[in-house]
Design a protein around this ligand. Structure first.
Ligand code: ADP
Ligand code: ZN
Length: 526
Protein backbone atom coordinates (compact mmCIF):
# COMPACT_ATOMS: atom_id res chain seq x y z
CA UNK A 1 0.00 0.00 0.00
CA UNK A 2 1.54 3.31 -1.04
CA UNK A 3 2.18 5.59 1.89
CA UNK A 4 1.34 8.72 -0.05
CA UNK A 5 -1.01 10.66 2.22
CA UNK A 6 -2.60 12.36 -0.73
CA UNK A 7 -4.56 10.23 -3.14
CA UNK A 8 -3.55 12.09 -6.25
CA UNK A 9 -6.11 12.54 -8.99
CA UNK A 10 -7.80 9.19 -8.96
CA UNK A 11 -11.41 8.28 -9.52
CA UNK A 12 -13.94 8.21 -6.69
CA UNK A 13 -14.16 4.46 -7.02
CA UNK A 14 -10.38 4.09 -6.70
CA UNK A 15 -10.52 6.18 -3.55
CA UNK A 16 -13.38 4.13 -2.19
CA UNK A 17 -11.28 1.02 -2.63
CA UNK A 18 -7.86 2.27 -1.66
CA UNK A 19 -8.73 4.57 1.23
CA UNK A 20 -11.86 2.97 2.66
CA UNK A 21 -11.49 -0.59 1.51
CA UNK A 22 -15.02 -0.86 0.10
CA UNK A 23 -15.90 -2.34 -3.27
CA UNK A 24 -18.93 -0.42 -4.37
CA UNK A 25 -20.89 2.72 -3.64
CA UNK A 26 -24.16 2.39 -1.85
CA UNK A 27 -27.49 3.98 -2.68
CA UNK A 28 -27.02 7.42 -4.16
CA UNK A 29 -23.45 7.96 -2.97
CA UNK A 30 -21.90 7.78 -6.44
CA UNK A 31 -24.43 10.23 -7.86
CA UNK A 32 -23.85 12.75 -5.08
CA UNK A 33 -20.10 12.44 -5.30
CA UNK A 34 -20.00 13.02 -9.07
CA UNK A 35 -22.38 15.92 -8.74
CA UNK A 36 -20.23 17.68 -6.15
CA UNK A 37 -16.94 16.94 -7.87
CA UNK A 38 -18.42 18.72 -10.87
CA UNK A 39 -18.76 21.79 -8.65
CA UNK A 40 -22.44 21.70 -7.72
CA UNK A 41 -24.14 22.21 -4.37
CA UNK A 42 -25.99 19.29 -2.83
CA UNK A 43 -28.60 18.61 -0.19
CA UNK A 44 -28.21 15.00 0.94
CA UNK A 45 -30.87 13.24 2.93
CA UNK A 46 -29.96 9.71 3.89
CA UNK A 47 -30.97 7.60 6.83
CA UNK A 48 -28.51 7.08 9.64
CA UNK A 49 -25.90 4.59 8.57
CA UNK A 50 -26.59 5.39 4.93
CA UNK A 51 -23.06 6.57 4.37
CA UNK A 52 -23.26 10.34 4.28
CA UNK A 53 -19.66 10.92 5.29
CA UNK A 54 -18.24 9.52 2.06
CA UNK A 55 -20.47 11.88 0.10
CA UNK A 56 -18.33 14.82 1.15
CA UNK A 57 -15.06 13.12 2.04
CA UNK A 58 -14.47 11.65 -1.40
CA UNK A 59 -15.23 14.86 -3.34
CA UNK A 60 -12.94 16.69 -0.93
CA UNK A 61 -10.17 14.26 -1.83
CA UNK A 62 -10.86 14.51 -5.53
CA UNK A 63 -11.17 18.26 -5.78
CA UNK A 64 -8.37 20.73 -5.36
CA UNK A 65 -8.16 22.45 -2.03
CA UNK A 66 -9.39 21.94 1.47
CA UNK A 67 -12.69 20.27 2.32
CA UNK A 68 -14.34 22.12 5.16
CA UNK A 69 -16.73 20.07 7.29
CA UNK A 70 -19.05 21.80 9.73
CA UNK A 71 -20.06 19.44 12.48
CA UNK A 72 -21.91 20.17 15.71
CA UNK A 73 -19.99 18.10 18.20
CA UNK A 74 -16.32 18.16 19.01
CA UNK A 75 -16.30 14.54 20.20
CA UNK A 76 -17.86 13.45 16.94
CA UNK A 77 -15.30 15.39 14.94
CA UNK A 78 -12.40 13.89 16.77
CA UNK A 79 -13.61 10.35 16.14
CA UNK A 80 -13.99 11.09 12.45
CA UNK A 81 -10.60 12.74 12.21
CA UNK A 82 -8.91 9.83 13.99
CA UNK A 83 -10.57 7.34 11.64
CA UNK A 84 -9.57 9.34 8.57
CA UNK A 85 -5.99 9.69 9.69
CA UNK A 86 -5.79 5.99 10.33
CA UNK A 87 -6.82 5.54 6.70
CA UNK A 88 -4.10 7.91 5.55
CA UNK A 89 -6.24 10.96 4.89
CA UNK A 90 -4.83 14.31 5.93
CA UNK A 91 -7.60 15.44 8.26
CA UNK A 92 -7.71 17.71 11.29
CA UNK A 93 -10.18 19.42 13.57
CA UNK A 94 -10.07 23.10 14.40
CA UNK A 95 -11.68 23.74 17.74
CA UNK A 96 -11.36 25.94 20.76
CA UNK A 97 -9.67 23.22 22.80
CA UNK A 98 -6.67 23.30 20.48
CA UNK A 99 -3.60 24.68 22.26
CA UNK A 100 -1.64 27.62 20.82
CA UNK A 101 1.28 25.81 19.14
CA UNK A 102 -0.91 23.06 17.71
CA UNK A 103 -3.20 25.72 16.37
CA UNK A 104 -0.27 27.53 14.73
CA UNK A 105 0.88 24.30 13.11
CA UNK A 106 -2.61 23.59 11.87
CA UNK A 107 -2.82 26.97 10.17
CA UNK A 108 0.61 26.41 8.64
CA UNK A 109 -0.66 23.15 7.18
CA UNK A 110 -3.79 24.81 5.90
CA UNK A 111 -1.79 27.55 4.23
CA UNK A 112 0.62 25.08 2.68
CA UNK A 113 -2.27 23.10 1.22
CA UNK A 114 -1.31 20.06 3.24
CA UNK A 115 -4.74 19.21 4.54
CA UNK A 116 -7.58 17.45 2.74
CA UNK A 117 -10.29 17.79 5.35
CA UNK A 118 -10.82 20.26 8.15
CA UNK A 119 -13.56 19.67 10.69
CA UNK A 120 -14.85 22.70 12.48
CA UNK A 121 -17.70 23.57 14.86
CA UNK A 122 -19.99 26.32 13.59
CA UNK A 123 -19.16 28.72 16.42
CA UNK A 124 -15.47 28.40 15.59
CA UNK A 125 -15.93 28.74 11.85
CA UNK A 126 -18.11 31.82 12.25
CA UNK A 127 -15.50 33.76 14.16
CA UNK A 128 -14.58 36.63 11.81
CA UNK A 129 -10.84 35.96 11.95
CA UNK A 130 -11.34 32.28 11.09
CA UNK A 131 -13.57 33.11 8.14
CA UNK A 132 -11.10 35.71 6.98
CA UNK A 133 -8.09 33.42 7.20
CA UNK A 134 -9.89 30.67 5.34
CA UNK A 135 -10.86 33.16 2.68
CA UNK A 136 -7.44 34.64 2.20
CA UNK A 137 -5.01 31.83 3.01
CA UNK A 138 -6.42 28.79 1.33
CA UNK A 139 -8.66 27.45 -1.34
CA UNK A 140 -11.73 25.43 -0.40
CA UNK A 141 -12.68 22.28 -2.27
CA UNK A 142 -16.13 22.28 -0.72
CA UNK A 143 -18.06 23.12 2.41
CA UNK A 144 -20.06 20.28 3.96
CA UNK A 145 -22.60 21.06 6.66
CA UNK A 146 -23.26 17.88 8.57
CA UNK A 147 -26.40 17.41 10.73
CA UNK A 148 -27.93 20.26 8.75
CA UNK A 149 -31.30 19.87 10.47
CA UNK A 150 -29.71 21.69 13.42
CA UNK A 151 -30.49 24.94 11.63
CA UNK A 152 -34.21 24.29 11.67
CA UNK A 153 -35.98 26.30 14.30
CA UNK A 154 -38.77 23.75 14.26
CA UNK A 155 -36.47 20.80 14.68
CA UNK A 156 -35.60 19.04 17.88
CA UNK A 157 -31.88 19.75 17.59
CA UNK A 158 -31.99 23.46 16.94
CA UNK A 159 -28.62 25.16 17.33
CA UNK A 160 -28.82 28.90 16.82
CA UNK A 161 -25.26 29.18 15.49
CA UNK A 162 -26.22 26.85 12.64
CA UNK A 163 -28.50 29.53 11.26
CA UNK A 164 -25.55 31.86 10.82
CA UNK A 165 -24.07 29.42 8.33
CA UNK A 166 -26.21 31.08 5.69
CA UNK A 167 -23.36 33.57 5.33
CA UNK A 168 -21.14 30.92 3.72
CA UNK A 169 -22.78 31.28 0.34
CA UNK A 170 -21.56 34.84 0.09
CA UNK A 171 -18.28 34.38 1.94
CA UNK A 172 -17.15 31.59 -0.38
CA UNK A 173 -18.72 32.15 -3.77
CA UNK A 174 -18.17 29.32 -6.21
CA UNK A 175 -17.35 26.77 -3.53
CA UNK A 176 -19.81 23.83 -3.60
CA UNK A 177 -21.94 23.74 -0.46
CA UNK A 178 -23.37 20.50 0.86
CA UNK A 179 -25.96 20.05 3.57
CA UNK A 180 -26.40 16.57 4.99
CA UNK A 181 -28.92 15.16 7.40
CA UNK A 182 -30.72 12.00 8.38
CA UNK A 183 -33.85 13.67 9.64
CA UNK A 184 -35.97 16.09 7.85
CA UNK A 185 -39.64 16.12 7.16
CA UNK A 186 -40.79 18.15 4.19
CA UNK A 187 -40.94 21.56 5.95
CA UNK A 188 -37.51 21.10 7.57
CA UNK A 189 -36.12 20.03 4.23
CA UNK A 190 -37.45 23.15 2.58
CA UNK A 191 -36.07 25.28 5.38
CA UNK A 192 -32.56 23.83 5.02
CA UNK A 193 -32.24 24.30 1.26
CA UNK A 194 -33.74 27.74 1.39
CA UNK A 195 -31.64 28.92 4.28
CA UNK A 196 -28.39 27.68 2.81
CA UNK A 197 -29.34 28.81 -0.68
CA UNK A 198 -29.04 25.36 -2.19
CA UNK A 199 -31.24 25.08 -5.27
CA UNK A 200 -33.94 22.46 -4.75
CA UNK A 201 -32.86 20.58 -7.87
CA UNK A 202 -29.63 19.77 -6.05
CA UNK A 203 -31.46 17.54 -3.60
CA UNK A 204 -30.59 13.88 -3.19
CA UNK A 205 -33.18 12.14 -1.10
CA UNK A 206 -32.54 8.55 -0.23
CA UNK A 207 -35.26 6.42 1.24
CA UNK A 208 -35.87 6.51 4.96
CA UNK A 209 -36.63 2.88 5.43
CA UNK A 210 -34.49 0.94 7.89
CA UNK A 211 -35.70 -2.53 7.05
CA UNK A 212 -33.59 -4.28 9.65
CA UNK A 213 -35.22 -2.41 12.53
CA UNK A 214 -38.27 -4.09 13.97
CA UNK A 215 -40.59 -1.47 15.41
CA UNK A 216 -42.88 -2.12 18.35
CA UNK A 217 -44.94 0.33 20.34
CA UNK A 218 -46.83 -0.73 23.43
CA UNK A 219 -48.88 0.75 26.18
CA UNK A 220 -46.89 1.27 29.32
CA UNK A 221 -48.41 -1.27 31.66
CA UNK A 222 -45.54 -2.71 33.62
CA UNK A 223 -42.64 -0.75 32.17
CA UNK A 224 -39.87 -2.48 34.05
CA UNK A 225 -41.14 -5.90 33.17
CA UNK A 226 -41.64 -4.81 29.59
CA UNK A 227 -38.08 -3.51 29.47
CA UNK A 228 -36.76 -6.65 31.07
CA UNK A 229 -38.52 -8.67 28.40
CA UNK A 230 -36.73 -6.72 25.69
CA UNK A 231 -33.31 -7.00 27.32
CA UNK A 232 -33.71 -10.69 28.02
CA UNK A 233 -34.21 -11.22 24.31
CA UNK A 234 -30.81 -9.57 23.70
CA UNK A 235 -28.39 -11.19 26.13
CA UNK A 236 -24.93 -9.65 26.08
CA UNK A 237 -25.91 -7.14 23.40
CA UNK A 238 -25.61 -3.38 23.45
CA UNK A 239 -28.60 -1.11 23.53
CA UNK A 240 -29.94 2.27 24.52
CA UNK A 241 -32.86 2.95 26.84
CA UNK A 242 -34.21 6.47 26.62
CA UNK A 243 -35.94 8.11 29.60
CA UNK A 244 -37.29 11.60 29.96
CA UNK A 245 -35.68 12.60 33.26
CA UNK A 246 -32.19 12.40 34.68
CA UNK A 247 -33.49 10.79 37.84
CA UNK A 248 -35.26 8.10 35.94
CA UNK A 249 -32.11 7.19 34.02
CA UNK A 250 -30.29 6.70 37.33
CA UNK A 251 -33.09 4.71 38.92
CA UNK A 252 -33.59 2.54 35.87
CA UNK A 253 -29.86 1.86 35.49
CA UNK A 254 -29.63 0.91 39.20
CA UNK A 255 -32.58 -1.41 38.85
CA UNK A 256 -31.15 -3.04 35.72
CA UNK A 257 -27.84 -3.60 37.45
CA UNK A 258 -29.73 -5.29 40.31
CA UNK A 259 -31.33 -7.53 37.72
CA UNK A 260 -27.94 -8.61 36.45
CA UNK A 261 -27.64 -6.39 33.37
CA UNK A 262 -24.70 -4.07 32.80
CA UNK A 263 -26.30 -0.65 32.68
CA UNK A 264 -24.91 2.88 32.78
CA UNK A 265 -26.83 6.11 33.23
CA UNK A 266 -26.10 9.06 30.97
CA UNK A 267 -27.54 12.57 31.19
CA UNK A 268 -26.55 16.21 31.04
CA UNK A 269 -26.31 16.44 34.83
CA UNK A 270 -23.16 14.30 34.88
CA UNK A 271 -19.82 16.02 34.59
CA UNK A 272 -18.12 15.92 31.22
CA UNK A 273 -15.49 13.41 32.33
CA UNK A 274 -18.05 10.88 33.53
CA UNK A 275 -20.09 11.33 30.38
CA UNK A 276 -17.09 10.78 28.14
CA UNK A 277 -15.98 7.74 30.13
CA UNK A 278 -19.42 6.15 29.94
CA UNK A 279 -19.75 6.88 26.25
CA UNK A 280 -16.37 5.24 25.69
CA UNK A 281 -17.39 2.15 27.62
CA UNK A 282 -20.59 1.90 25.64
CA UNK A 283 -18.69 2.29 22.41
CA UNK A 284 -15.96 -0.23 23.14
CA UNK A 285 -17.38 -2.85 25.50
CA UNK A 286 -19.98 -5.38 24.56
CA UNK A 287 -23.33 -5.68 26.22
CA UNK A 288 -23.63 -2.28 27.86
CA UNK A 289 -27.13 -0.89 28.23
CA UNK A 290 -26.98 2.88 28.19
CA UNK A 291 -29.92 4.35 30.09
CA UNK A 292 -29.97 7.91 28.90
CA UNK A 293 -31.81 11.12 28.33
CA UNK A 294 -31.65 12.57 24.85
CA UNK A 295 -28.37 14.15 25.95
CA UNK A 296 -26.97 10.86 24.68
CA UNK A 297 -27.42 11.21 21.01
CA UNK A 298 -25.59 12.72 18.19
CA UNK A 299 -22.20 11.31 17.59
CA UNK A 300 -22.94 7.78 18.73
CA UNK A 301 -21.19 5.80 16.08
CA UNK A 302 -21.65 2.25 17.28
CA UNK A 303 -22.66 -0.05 14.46
CA UNK A 304 -23.95 -2.94 16.60
CA UNK A 305 -26.53 -1.31 18.84
CA UNK A 306 -29.11 -4.11 18.87
CA UNK A 307 -32.02 -2.38 20.56
CA UNK A 308 -33.34 1.05 21.43
CA UNK A 309 -36.11 1.40 23.97
CA UNK A 310 -38.14 4.46 24.85
CA UNK A 311 -39.53 4.26 28.36
CA UNK A 312 -41.18 7.62 27.82
CA UNK A 313 -42.73 9.22 24.78
CA UNK A 314 -40.11 10.85 22.53
CA UNK A 315 -40.54 14.46 21.47
CA UNK A 316 -41.78 13.86 17.94
CA UNK A 317 -41.75 11.38 15.10
CA UNK A 318 -38.47 12.85 13.86
CA UNK A 319 -36.92 12.41 17.28
CA UNK A 320 -38.29 8.87 17.45
CA UNK A 321 -36.92 8.08 14.02
CA UNK A 322 -33.52 9.49 14.81
CA UNK A 323 -33.27 7.85 18.22
CA UNK A 324 -34.40 4.44 16.99
CA UNK A 325 -32.11 4.93 13.99
CA UNK A 326 -29.13 4.40 16.28
CA UNK A 327 -30.02 0.73 16.31
CA UNK A 328 -28.70 -1.65 13.69
CA UNK A 329 -26.41 0.61 11.72
CA UNK A 330 -24.55 -2.53 10.68
CA UNK A 331 -27.66 -3.70 8.84
CA UNK A 332 -28.27 -6.71 11.09
CA UNK A 333 -31.65 -7.19 12.79
CA UNK A 334 -32.32 -4.72 15.59
CA UNK A 335 -35.30 -3.84 17.68
CA UNK A 336 -37.02 -0.61 18.70
CA UNK A 337 -39.55 -0.67 21.52
CA UNK A 338 -41.46 2.38 22.64
CA UNK A 339 -43.70 2.45 25.69
CA UNK A 340 -46.18 5.20 26.22
CA UNK A 341 -48.91 6.08 28.66
CA UNK A 342 -51.38 8.85 29.43
CA UNK A 343 -49.00 10.59 31.82
CA UNK A 344 -46.45 10.95 29.04
CA UNK A 345 -49.02 12.48 26.80
CA UNK A 346 -50.13 14.96 29.47
CA UNK A 347 -46.52 15.84 30.24
CA UNK A 348 -45.62 16.42 26.62
CA UNK A 349 -48.67 18.61 26.22
CA UNK A 350 -47.64 20.56 29.27
CA UNK A 351 -44.12 21.06 27.90
CA UNK A 352 -45.62 22.58 24.80
CA UNK A 353 -48.08 24.83 26.60
CA UNK A 354 -45.48 26.04 29.13
CA UNK A 355 -42.75 26.53 26.55
CA UNK A 356 -43.41 30.23 26.17
CA UNK A 357 -43.06 29.74 22.43
CA UNK A 358 -45.08 31.79 19.95
CA UNK A 359 -48.53 30.40 19.14
CA UNK A 360 -47.55 29.26 15.66
CA UNK A 361 -44.77 27.19 17.11
CA UNK A 362 -47.04 25.70 19.76
CA UNK A 363 -49.53 24.73 17.08
CA UNK A 364 -46.76 23.03 15.15
CA UNK A 365 -45.60 21.20 18.27
CA UNK A 366 -49.13 20.05 19.02
CA UNK A 367 -49.45 18.68 15.51
CA UNK A 368 -46.17 16.88 15.87
CA UNK A 369 -47.27 15.33 19.13
CA UNK A 370 -50.58 14.27 17.62
CA UNK A 371 -48.73 12.69 14.73
CA UNK A 372 -46.60 10.73 17.16
CA UNK A 373 -49.65 9.59 19.08
CA UNK A 374 -51.22 8.60 15.81
CA UNK A 375 -48.22 6.36 15.18
CA UNK A 376 -48.51 4.91 18.66
CA UNK A 377 -52.22 4.18 18.36
CA UNK A 378 -52.29 3.08 14.76
CA UNK A 379 -53.71 -0.29 13.91
CA UNK A 380 -51.73 -0.29 10.67
CA UNK A 381 -48.13 -1.25 9.98
CA UNK A 382 -45.78 0.91 12.07
CA UNK A 383 -43.19 1.20 9.33
CA UNK A 384 -45.82 2.22 6.84
CA UNK A 385 -47.14 4.88 9.21
CA UNK A 386 -43.66 6.10 10.09
CA UNK A 387 -42.52 6.39 6.50
CA UNK A 388 -45.79 7.96 5.43
CA UNK A 389 -44.91 10.79 7.79
CA UNK A 390 -41.74 11.32 5.76
CA UNK A 391 -43.70 11.24 2.55
CA UNK A 392 -42.89 7.69 1.50
CA UNK A 393 -45.34 5.02 0.42
CA UNK A 394 -44.60 1.51 1.58
CA UNK A 395 -46.46 -1.76 1.74
CA UNK A 396 -47.00 -3.30 5.18
CA UNK A 397 -43.60 -4.54 6.31
CA UNK A 398 -44.27 -7.83 8.01
CA UNK A 399 -41.58 -6.95 10.53
CA UNK A 400 -43.27 -4.76 13.14
CA UNK A 401 -45.56 -5.46 16.05
CA UNK A 402 -48.78 -4.57 14.28
CA UNK A 403 -47.85 -6.63 11.22
CA UNK A 404 -46.84 -9.60 13.35
CA UNK A 405 -49.96 -9.39 15.44
CA UNK A 406 -52.62 -7.15 13.93
CA UNK A 407 -54.40 -5.34 16.70
CA UNK A 408 -57.98 -6.32 17.17
CA UNK A 409 -60.45 -3.63 16.31
CA UNK A 410 -63.89 -3.21 17.73
CA UNK A 411 -66.84 -0.98 16.97
CA UNK A 412 -66.13 1.84 19.38
CA UNK A 413 -69.09 3.98 18.38
CA UNK A 414 -71.09 3.40 21.51
CA UNK A 415 -68.08 3.61 23.81
CA UNK A 416 -67.11 6.93 22.25
CA UNK A 417 -70.64 8.27 22.64
CA UNK A 418 -70.68 7.24 26.29
CA UNK A 419 -67.29 8.73 27.01
CA UNK A 420 -68.14 12.00 25.30
CA UNK A 421 -71.44 12.37 27.08
CA UNK A 422 -69.82 11.59 30.41
CA UNK A 423 -67.25 14.30 29.73
CA UNK A 424 -70.07 16.64 28.83
CA UNK A 425 -72.25 15.83 31.87
CA UNK A 426 -69.40 16.30 34.33
CA UNK A 427 -68.72 19.77 32.96
CA UNK A 428 -65.75 19.23 30.62
CA UNK A 429 -63.14 19.92 33.25
CA UNK A 430 -62.26 16.58 34.84
CA UNK A 431 -59.30 14.43 34.00
CA UNK A 432 -59.18 10.95 32.63
CA UNK A 433 -59.16 9.12 35.99
CA UNK A 434 -62.34 10.83 37.14
CA UNK A 435 -64.17 10.24 33.87
CA UNK A 436 -63.25 6.57 33.98
CA UNK A 437 -64.44 6.29 37.59
CA UNK A 438 -67.81 7.84 36.73
CA UNK A 439 -68.24 5.65 33.66
CA UNK A 440 -67.43 2.58 35.71
CA UNK A 441 -69.92 3.59 38.39
CA UNK A 442 -67.43 3.98 41.17
CA UNK A 443 -68.26 6.04 44.16
CA UNK A 444 -65.90 7.81 46.43
CA UNK A 445 -66.07 10.87 48.62
CA UNK A 446 -65.22 13.22 45.76
CA UNK A 447 -67.70 11.73 43.34
CA UNK A 448 -70.39 11.87 46.00
CA UNK A 449 -69.56 15.43 46.94
CA UNK A 450 -69.76 16.51 43.30
CA UNK A 451 -72.99 14.60 42.89
CA UNK A 452 -71.52 12.75 39.94
CA UNK A 453 -73.03 9.50 41.19
CA UNK A 454 -76.42 10.98 40.43
CA UNK A 455 -75.64 11.85 36.81
CA UNK A 456 -77.28 9.89 33.99
CA UNK A 457 -73.83 8.88 32.78
CA UNK A 458 -72.76 7.35 36.10
CA UNK A 459 -72.09 3.63 35.67
CA UNK A 460 -73.06 3.54 31.99
CA UNK A 461 -69.69 2.02 31.11
CA UNK A 462 -69.50 -1.09 33.22
CA UNK A 463 -69.00 -3.32 30.20
CA UNK A 464 -65.36 -2.19 29.99
CA UNK A 465 -62.73 -2.30 32.70
CA UNK A 466 -60.79 0.79 33.70
CA UNK A 467 -57.82 -0.06 31.51
CA UNK A 468 -60.01 -0.36 28.47
CA UNK A 469 -61.65 2.97 29.21
CA UNK A 470 -58.27 4.64 29.57
CA UNK A 471 -57.27 3.27 26.19
CA UNK A 472 -60.53 4.40 24.65
CA UNK A 473 -60.07 7.90 26.01
CA UNK A 474 -56.51 8.02 24.77
CA UNK A 475 -57.59 6.96 21.33
CA UNK A 476 -60.31 9.59 21.34
CA UNK A 477 -57.62 12.11 22.24
CA UNK A 478 -55.30 10.82 19.52
CA UNK A 479 -58.16 10.96 17.05
CA UNK A 480 -58.90 14.53 18.09
CA UNK A 481 -62.43 13.93 19.38
CA UNK A 482 -61.43 14.88 22.90
CA UNK A 483 -59.14 17.75 23.82
CA UNK A 484 -57.01 18.00 26.92
CA UNK A 485 -56.69 21.14 28.97
CA UNK A 486 -53.01 20.92 29.64
CA UNK A 487 -52.58 24.44 30.90
CA UNK A 488 -54.91 23.51 33.74
CA UNK A 489 -55.16 20.06 35.25
CA UNK A 490 -55.53 17.92 32.20
CA UNK A 491 -59.30 18.30 32.11
CA UNK A 492 -60.96 16.61 29.13
CA UNK A 493 -63.36 18.44 26.86
CA UNK A 494 -65.22 17.64 23.66
CA UNK A 495 -63.45 19.10 20.66
CA UNK A 496 -65.14 20.42 17.55
CA UNK A 497 -64.46 17.12 15.89
CA UNK A 498 -65.97 15.32 18.86
CA UNK A 499 -69.07 17.46 18.63
CA UNK A 500 -69.36 16.73 14.92
CA UNK A 501 -68.97 13.02 15.62
CA UNK A 502 -71.96 13.13 17.99
CA UNK A 503 -74.01 15.41 15.79
CA UNK A 504 -73.50 13.38 12.61
CA UNK A 505 -73.95 10.06 14.38
CA UNK A 506 -70.69 8.84 12.90
CA UNK A 507 -69.35 5.41 13.65
CA UNK A 508 -65.88 4.63 14.86
CA UNK A 509 -63.45 1.69 14.89
CA UNK A 510 -61.15 1.57 17.86
CA UNK A 511 -58.20 -0.56 18.70
CA UNK A 512 -58.71 -3.08 21.44
CA UNK A 513 -56.26 -2.46 24.26
CA UNK A 514 -53.32 -4.80 24.20
CA UNK A 515 -53.21 -7.57 26.71
CA UNK A 516 -50.25 -8.27 28.94
CA UNK A 517 -46.91 -6.64 28.31
CA UNK A 518 -47.70 -5.89 24.71
CA UNK A 519 -44.56 -7.67 23.64
CA UNK A 520 -44.06 -11.06 22.13
CA UNK A 521 -40.80 -12.92 21.74
CA UNK A 522 -39.03 -11.30 18.79
CA UNK A 523 -39.26 -13.06 15.48
CA UNK A 524 -35.95 -13.20 13.77
CA UNK A 525 -36.29 -11.53 10.40
CA UNK A 526 -36.19 -13.92 7.50
P1 ADP B 1 -24.16 8.27 8.20
O1 ADP B 1 -23.26 9.44 8.49
O2 ADP B 1 -25.01 8.47 7.00
O3 ADP B 1 -24.95 7.82 9.39
P2 ADP B 1 -21.68 6.92 7.81
O4 ADP B 1 -21.10 7.83 6.80
O5 ADP B 1 -21.15 7.02 9.20
O6 ADP B 1 -23.25 7.05 7.84
O7 ADP B 1 -21.57 5.43 7.28
C1 ADP B 1 -22.10 4.37 8.02
C2 ADP B 1 -21.21 3.15 7.89
O8 ADP B 1 -21.30 2.62 6.58
C3 ADP B 1 -19.75 3.46 8.13
O9 ADP B 1 -19.20 2.42 8.88
C4 ADP B 1 -19.18 3.55 6.74
O10 ADP B 1 -17.80 3.28 6.71
C5 ADP B 1 -19.99 2.49 6.01
N1 ADP B 1 -20.07 2.76 4.56
C6 ADP B 1 -20.32 3.92 3.97
N2 ADP B 1 -20.33 3.80 2.63
C7 ADP B 1 -20.09 2.49 2.36
C8 ADP B 1 -19.97 1.71 1.15
N3 ADP B 1 -20.12 2.28 -0.07
N4 ADP B 1 -19.71 0.40 1.28
C9 ADP B 1 -19.57 -0.17 2.49
N5 ADP B 1 -19.68 0.51 3.66
C10 ADP B 1 -19.92 1.82 3.61
ZN1 ZN C 1 -45.19 -3.53 9.68
Amino acid sequence: VPDSPCPMPSSPLDILKSVYGYDAFRGRQAEVIDHVIAGNDAFVLMPTGGGKSLCYQIPALCRDGLGLVVSPLIALMEDQVAALRAAGVRAAALNSSLAGPARGQLWDDIRAGELDLLYVAPETLLRPEVLERLRSETRLALIAIDEAHCLSQWGHDFRPEYRELSCLAEAFPGVPRMALTATADAPTRAEIVEHLAIAPENSFLAGFDRPNIRYAIAEKNTPRRQLQGLLTAHPGESGIVYCLSKRKTEETADWLNDQGFRALAYHAGLDAGTRAARQRRFQHEEGIVMVATIAFGMGIDKPDVRFVAHLDLPGSIEAYYQETGRAGRDGLPAEALMLYGPDDIALRRMFIEDSGAPDARKRMERQKLDALLGLAETADCRRQALLRYFGEDHAPCGNCDTCARPPELFDGTEAAQKALSCIYRTGQRFGQAHIVAVLRGESDERIARLGHDRLSTWAIGQEHDARTWRSILRQLIALGLVSVDVAGHGGLAISERGAAFLRNKESLQLRRPQKGSGRKAPRAQA
